[in-house]
Design a protein around this ligand. Structure first.
Ligand code: PLP
Length: 414
């Protein structure tokens, strides 16, 4: 093997060799795009052949929303890795404490439990809701109501909360205690509530399923039904939280508050960290020994999250998400008028779903690479745009024109 295994200098990467290693030795769970990236800066990525791409998906799946190579996160992480990267939760350190305190400033959910991913944040939420239901309401078999087309993660609890049989098939037996109703249907929710219902869990905007926002009346009805029946409202803001929608938390658009709140994707500025936040009353159902996570809340990821938070504040990125999100939508709407290839544009802030008239979304993703555009599709017709929170007006214009060319080339225009 040439060089060190960790040698990632762009000139040292043979992209065919890289793809071969994946093909030979990585499990076949992902449909990867045929590109090997070696470097990023802000909203751009470069492949092993030196080509530049405009990244419309924050590194893919919205996992790094502060721009590639963010200087503030880089500095915090470099400093931390050289001094104290890891400590377990048997000890105190500055970064977890400070991060919990900073997050408490943003929400009514004042207590935090830190994990490494969105799925784990939701597992924590599920366990906390169950513990609360046993303790406070004396429910023997607590049930959580979730929604069809939701996405809450791939671990068994989160997978069962996910109301999509296609992800669950083949992994039975699934844990008990979940029930599903149609999204944006308050009447169906009301009818599904029983004395065993402990919680309702939902995304304010269905992310994985194509960026479908909850209707305001629906979200308010969910909160009201929860209040009337002493049921917890769990908001999965793994994708929508931390500024993405033009508010720090997406629930702020709806004039309601959750009892439990989860986040992960944007939190660590590209590092793996997730959090389950809960109100004081609900969080008190957890006591010592009730839950744990070896890497949860470690100094390096918390330092990265603190740097992210500071970067978001210093650069007004929540406002930027709203402003540039509006501009991007406008550019896409203009493109839609020119091409007649778009059926619908949905979303909030920098979370935008584009439904094409023709089922060419997957081809558009592939063709996008040829045009220097990194896209994802959530179905045959839906493109899912999740650019970094540092996305600017010129990026929005560049994206819309490039997407227009892509759509014409894949025969997306009628
Ligand atoms: C991505 C996502 C998850 C799962 O997060 P992982 O970090 O992949 O485990 C859960 N909920 C929502 C809403 C998501 O978008």
């Amino acid at each position: 093997m040439q060089g060190l295994p960790s040698d990632t200098a762009a000139e040292a990467v043979d992209s065919q060799q890289v793809v071969q290693w994946y093909d030979d030795h990585c499990m076949r769970t992902y449909r990867r795009l045929p590109v090997v990236f070696v470097r990023g800066e802000g909203c751009y990525l470069w492949d092993a052949e030196g080509r530049r791409y405009l990244d419309l998906v924050s590194g893919g799946r919205a996992g790094n929303a502060l721009g590639h190579g963010n200087p503030k996160v880089a500095e915090a992480v470099s400093k931390q890795i050289a001094t104290l990267p890891y400590l377990s939760n048997d000890f105190y350190h500055y970064f977890q404490g400070r991060l919990a305190a900073e997050l408490a400033e943003t929400t009514n959910c004042k207590r935090a439990f830190f994990v490494n991913s969105g799925a784990e944040a939701n597992e924590t939420a599920i366990k906390l809701a169950r513990k609360w239901a046993h303790q406070v309401r004396g429910i023997e078999k607590p049930e959580i109501i979730t929604f069809f087309d939701s996405f809450h993660g791939r671990t068994l609890g989160a997978l069962t909360a996910t109301g999509q049989p296609k992800y669950q098939r083949g992994f039975e037996p699934l844990p008990e205690g979940f029930r599903y109703v149609p999204f944006n249907d308050a009447k169906a929710l009301e009818e599904a509530i029983t004395p065993s219902t402990a919680a309702v869990m939902l995304e304010p905007i269905l992310g994985e399923s194509g960026i479908k926002p909850a209707a305001p009346e629906f979200m308010q009805a969910v909160r009201r039904l929860c209040d009337q029946n002493n049921i917890l409202l769990i908001l999965d803001e793994v994708q929508t939280g931390f500024g993405r929608t033009g508010r720090f938390w997406a629930y702020e658009h709806y004039g309601i508050q959750p009892d439990i709140l989860t986040n992960a994707k944007t939190l660590g500025g590209g590092l793996p960290i997730g959090v389950c936040l809960a109100t004081e009353e609900v969080a008190s159902a957890f006591g010592p020994g009730d839950h744990g996570c070896t890497f949860g809340g470690n100094p390096i990821c918390c330092a990265a999250a603190l740097a992210s938070l500071e970067y978001v504040r210093e650069n007004n990125l929540v406002e930027n998400a709203e402003r540039v999100g509006d501009i991007l939508r406008r550019r896409l709407e203009e493109m839609a008028v020119r091409t007649q290839a778009v059926a619908e544009i949905r979303g909030m802030g920098l979370m935008i779903g584009v439904d094409l008239v023709r089922p060419v979304a997957q081809q558009a993703v592939l063709k996008g690479l040829e045009h220097g555009l990194v896209l994802t599709a959530s179905s045959e017709v839906t493109l899912r745009l999740l650019p970094a929170l540092v996305f600017g007006e010129t990026h929005a214009t560049e994206a819309a024109w490039a997407l227009q060319n892509v759509i014409y080339e894949v025969g997306g225009a009628p």
